[in-house]
Structures are given as structure tokens and as C-alpha cells.
Design a binder for this molecule. Sequence first.
Ligand code: ZN
Ligand code: ZN
Length: 300
Amino acid sequence: MAKVDQIAQKIADRLGSMSEEERVHHNASQIAESERQHAHFKAAFDQGCCYICEADLTTFVETAPCLHWFLRPPGVKKRHYPAVAEKFGMMAIQSWVRWVANEDGWARNIADTTDEHHIVQVTARYGDYAWSISCGKTDFAGHTGKNSNFPHYHLQMSIKDRPFISYNDFHFRIHDDELSILKAMEATGVKSKFVNGESFDDVLATIDPQWVVDLPVDRTADPQRAAFNLQTILIADEGTTISGEAIYDMFQQAKRDGVSFASRAQTIPHSSGRTLIGEGPGVVDPAPREGGRGSNRRQG
Ligand SMILES: [Zn+2]
Ligand SMILES: [Zn+2]
């Protein structure tokens, strides 16, 4: 057995043998560590600085590869990115782009469409930047090919919708330490959690639909930035009809109160309401590879 697999086995055994109490403790300490790191990140980012190298986000020093190069400081070229990938690895890059994306509105800038064919399939955007990381099961296994017969992932980056790095530009190696953790997680069915880097898909999967329905609605804001799309269907009770006037009044009242129509649907007499929650136009589109794989976002 390869060394990576031996370590993966050990981690998997450890994860599998944890008591509920140990698991809770383990998760809590990991979350606390992520929160601590994120606080550093945010404090620096708010000042236009990088929490890792402590330089201005617009700094480029070729001999000091850094994650902040994903904001393309002047002077950085495509050929410089393998050094960043080599130094930081897939999970650190993913965590960083997720944090940056969430600086521009929570969750709606991150699409996580990882499915049974992927280890990672994530798109994050921030301002004019969009980054996608794709690691299919075949990439993870090291699909055959002269430059790709080792565990790797692909990365795509665009600026103002113009491609800067394409998925097929690089085969970035997955570091051995991440590989053993990812293998152990795959074996035990544990999923990666990104504290403060939650995606819209994470949110849809975990939120209480009522929470979305009850969100305040700012009707003066640009609807193109809306995170959720609510569709409410009113069904008249048998043998009755719904009053158009009642619907009109409900709309006006909901507008005045700054709440969703869905939250008032049950006030219409002789009817029942059913609301579908989906992604709004303000949610980032996934950037799938090879003809649509990874684009199957579920509707909540
Ligand atoms: Zn930096
Ligand atoms: Zn590949």
C-alpha cells in the first residue's frame, strides 16, 4: 500500500472510531481554528492587505508566491500560478477564494456543485474575478496521460468574463497531506466544511425554508443581485374562488411591510399557498467542465 493510502487508512480509522463526544469536540476545535484564521484574513482584507504575506493585495514579488495572486496583482502572469499551487495546495486555494467571494455578499457568490463524479467542483466570484476548481474522480485517481498520471485538479480563472486561466492549462498536483485527508473523507463519507466560505448550495441544503420566506425584502435593491427566487402558488379551497382584491391587498401590504409575498400567502381567505424556493439571478453560475457536468444544481 502506498504511504498516502496508509495514512488515509489511519485517518479513516480514527474518524470511524471517534465517539459522538469526541466528534463534537473535534468539530468544535476545527471550527474555532477556522474562525480564528478567518478573523485574521478579514482584518487584513478590509485594509487591502493579505493575511498570509502581509503585503498589499496589489503586491507581486515573483519569489514570494501567495494566494493573493488570485486577485492578479500587476505583473503576475499565467506562468506564475503553478508556484502558488505548489506552495498552498488545492484546499487552501479553495478556502481562500471562498472567503474572498463571501466578502462580496454571503453565499450567493459561491456555487458548489460537487456530485458523485467529483471531489471538488466549485466556482467562486468576487467583483470582476471568477475562480473555479474542478477535481473529478478521474483527476483524483490520476487519469492516464503524459502530464496527468498523478492526483491533480484543474483551475479556471476569468477577469471581467475573459478567460485568464483555463481548466486545461494546468494539472496541479494534489499534495500528499491533502490527498490522504481527502481519501479518508471519501472513505468515511465526511464532507469538507468551509467555515465562512459557505456556498449557496450549502445554504439551500441546510436552511429552514421558512427562514427564507421570512427574510426582509428590499424592493429598492437591484433585483439582479437577489439571492433567492420565491414562487408562490395559491390554490383555492374546493368549491371556492380566490378574491383578486384580497391578493392585491396582500401584495400592497407585503410591499409596505418590506416582506415577501410568500410570507403573507396564508392570509388569503379560502386558499392554501405553496412556495418554491430557488436561486435568484444574483447567484453565481457554476462553471462546469466538459459539456455540463457539475452544473446540476438542485432546486430547493
Ligand atoms: Zn499574500
Ligand atoms: Zn485532469
